[in-house]
Design a protein around this ligand. Structure first.
Ligand SMILES: NC(=O)c1ccc[n+]([C@@H]2O[C@H](COP(=O)([O-])OP(=O)(O)OC[C@H]3O[C@@H](n4cnc5c(N)ncnc54)[C@H](O)[C@@H]3O)[C@@H](O)[C@H]2O)c1
Ligand SMILES: [Zn+2]
Ligand SMILES: [Zn+2]
Length: 453
């Protein structure tokens, strides 16, 4: 690669560092010495401070985006879903749906920019950044519509490569797949600047990492997608790292008292959403999880009720029936599916009120197809999928950071365990424990960064 005078020095050098490599589905990760190339024109190379786990890491470890059933529904050829004139990136969203190994795992994290590509504006060496699930160009038809966060120019990447279709990581000369658009279980990663957001110095890295994916997704699912109104009822299926984001939102709503004037600024949208639902303390938020350990925390963080489907089995009652019983027979206004158990999508859908019930599907799975009750759809219920909880990274993440610093978000309970990169396999074991929500992955030498308040 040719280097400009500005890029002279470390920005043009390959870095050898340690990373967690997965060589095949469900194989233990190997912490290996890998090579990380310099950032290309639009990219940042980042030295990681810490990373965190999200269930999608497990999904990818199982082979995602390869699928476990419903393969007959797949197209025979790779599909380019969005191909738009005038956009620099062609988007491979659906991709080729095959397991992507060997692969460096992890997509939540925070780190310090070590070097920048020559075309990057808005970031410099020494900035603290997080990678985000998708980008926000602010100009494509979807960004302009303000109805969705699915930017056509910088969409979620499932092909395990950088937006230009190549990899920046290799081991012993063999290219490695990335995970989503980065790979955070590595001492160094490369991310396109369009998929990164700057972190304010006062934000703790242990909190910042959570905004890369899981927490922001759960929080956004209610803030940006469901947009709960005052007095609404909601059910949250799956109270893990993502479901916790929903609970934190509920908690904030219940302590917020001021109803602001209506305008469209992101900050005010936030306050509106909180204020609109401030009475949720009195309304119902029903948590659903098979793990009994989630009950106490769910109620502590603003949920009014908890259902353990395993306990219902003896009564011959289904979860939607139990939810309807708790809501005067009608069902909830909003269901948020964040378990990733495919059959729960229909349960979440069935649990909503006819005519106006909305189900937001966040949970991802290796199943291609789900069944939905057609009659329930016809009677006016809505089903909406959501990536990153509808969060527009450039617009919304700074608002969340600001709230986190100035008003506090109860994020400490989200990370329940911590391991060094060398023990990354232990993180996967910890995630099986009922009391484990998220595991923080730390890197040797990261302590030298002055990112703490
Ligand atoms: N759409 C997106 O942008 C996006 C972003 C992040 C995560 N995800 C997906 O969201 C899902 C949740 O992620 P997470 O990190 O919170 O996972 P997690 O493993 O921390 O939590 C999942 C929770 O669901 C519960 N659960 C599983 N099966 C259940 C069942 N049959 N009935 C009731 N409860 C059940 C588990 O006990 C657990 O508490 C995953 O599928 C993940 O891939 C999607
Ligand atoms: Zn866009
Ligand atoms: Zn994730």
């Amino acid at each position: 690669m040719s280097s400009t005078p500005e890029m002279a020095g470390k920005a043009s050098q390959i870095i050898t560092c340690k990373a967690a490599v997965c060589w095949g589905p469900e194989e233990p990760l190997k912490v290996e010495e890998i090579q990380v190339e310099p950032p290309r024109a639009s990219e940042l190379r980042v030295r990681m401070i810490c990373a965190s786990t999200c269930h999608t890491d497990i999904l990818c470890w199982n082979g995602f985006p390869a699928v476990s059933s419903g393969a007959d529904l797949l197209p025979e050829e790779p599909v380019l879903v969005f191909v738009m004139e005038g956009l620099t990136s062609l988007v491979i969203f659906h991709g080729f749906l095959q397991a992507l190994f060997p692969r460096v795992m992890g997509h939540e994290g925070v780190g310090v920019v070590e070097s920048v590509g020559e075309g990057v504006t808005g970031f410099k060496e020494g900035d603290t950044v997080i990678p985000t699930v998708l980008g926000e160009c602010g100009e494509c038809p979807n960004c302009v519509s303000n109805k969705t966060n699915l930017c056509f120019k910088h969409p979620v990447l499932l092909h395990g490569l950088m937006p230009d279709g190549t990899s920046r990581m290799s081991v012993r000369g063999q290219p490695l797949y990335h995970l989503i658009n980065c790979s955070t279980f590595s001492e160094y990663m490369v991310v396109d600047a369009s998929f990164a957001v700057k972190v304010p110095p006062r934000l703790q890295p242990e909190h910042a990492t959570l905004f890369s994916c899981g927490f922001a997704t759960g929080f956004g699912a209610v803030w940006k997608e469901a947009k709960l109104e005052e007095g609404s009822t909601a059910a949250v299926f799956g109270l893990g790292g993502v479901g916790m984001g929903v609970r934190v939102y509920a908690h904030i709503m219940s302590i917020c008292a001021n109803v602001p004037k209506i305008d469209e600024s992101p900050t005010t949208q936030w306050v509106q959403a909180i204020a609109a639902a401030k009475s949720l303390g009195a309304a119902k938020i029903i948590g659903v999880d098979v793990k009994e350990t989630r009950r106490e925390k769910a109620v502590e963080l603003g949920m009014t009720d908890f259902i353990n489907p395993k306990e219902l089995d003896g009564d011959g009652k289904t979860t939607p029936e139990a939810i309807k019983e708790m809501t005067g027979g009608l069902g909830v206004d909003y269901s948020i599916e964040c378990s990733g158990a495919a059959p729960l999508v229909n349960q979440a859908f069935q649990a909503t009120v006819p005519g106006k019930g909305v189900t937001i599907v966040v949970g991802a799975s290796n199943e291609v197809a789900i069944s939905i009750n057609l009659l329930e759809l016809i009677i006016g219920k809505m089903l909406k999928g959501s990536l990153y909880g509808g969060i527009k990274p450039q617009t919304d993440i700074p608002v969340l950071f600001d709230k986190c610093i100035n008003e506090g978000l109860p994020l400490d309970g989200l990370v329940t365990h911590e391991v060094g990169l060398g023990d990354v396999n232990h993180a996967y074991e910890l995630l099986k424990l009922p009391e484990c929500l998220k595991v923080l992955i730390t890197f040797d030498g990261a302590k030298e960064y002055p990112s703490r308040p």
